[in-house]
Ligand binder design. Sequence first.
Ligand code: COA
Length: 199
Amino acid sequence: MKAARVRLSDGEVAWVRGLHPADVPAVRALHVHLSDRDRYYRFFGLGPAGAAKLAAHLSDDSGTGHGALGCFLHDRLVGVAQYEVLEDPDEAEIALVVDAPTRAHGVATLLLEHLIDVAGQKGVRRFVADVLAENSKMLGVFAALGLPIRTSASSPERHVILSLDPTRDYRDAVARRAAAAAAAPPWPGSADGSAGCGC
Ligand SMILES: CC(C)(COP(=O)(O)OP(=O)(O)OC[C@H]1O[C@@H](n2cnc3c(N)ncnc32)[C@H](O)[C@@H]1OP(=O)(O)O)[C@@H](O)C(=O)NCCC(=O)NCCS
């Protein structure tokens, strides 16, 4: 996808785009610097070798059955969202991670909105995710998207199914989030549109 300019909820301007092989070091750094808890939430455990392999996979833009988007703030990678098409090509498994200092600014939500567009264009109709039941942040972000959602309550994980049919609720939620982000005052010195995506 072409880089998309987005506005975070604190007024900062960021960019969302597909990852490329040149992004491997940034993707690896993002995952290596996760706290133990975040690594557990994201992977249920991942060592440095796993991080290198994952970075190569996420940054590989040549495959057809998967895709990954990055969110860049001041040229720094602050979040990644990925999908992997499953045996049923209507379904893709998704996972996300956002750098801790940049959380609660809408990065995960914006990445998901763009991932929905990208995967939808490839024919994906449902996103699925296995999330630890205690990971209320991730479950909250999924629930707030505005898409029809089904969550199975088996402990310790929740199996989440999001239908990608763009319902009116979803379009309204996207518009509300965009309006909230646009209304937020820009931070002093924020790029606010003057800077391009140097990535
Ligand atoms: C879960 C995770 C990805 C969420 O990332 P995030 O960027 O902080 O998520 P968002 O900012 O989009 O959403 C967080 C909150 O901001 C709110 N928000 C999102 N966009 C907003 C906007 N434009 N304006 C105002 N608020 C907004 C959301 O509603 C949400 O509210 P809540 O805290 O009341 O639930 C992040 O915490 C993370 O990386 N955790 C560790 C890894 C992990 O758990 N991965 C999941 C594996 S599938």
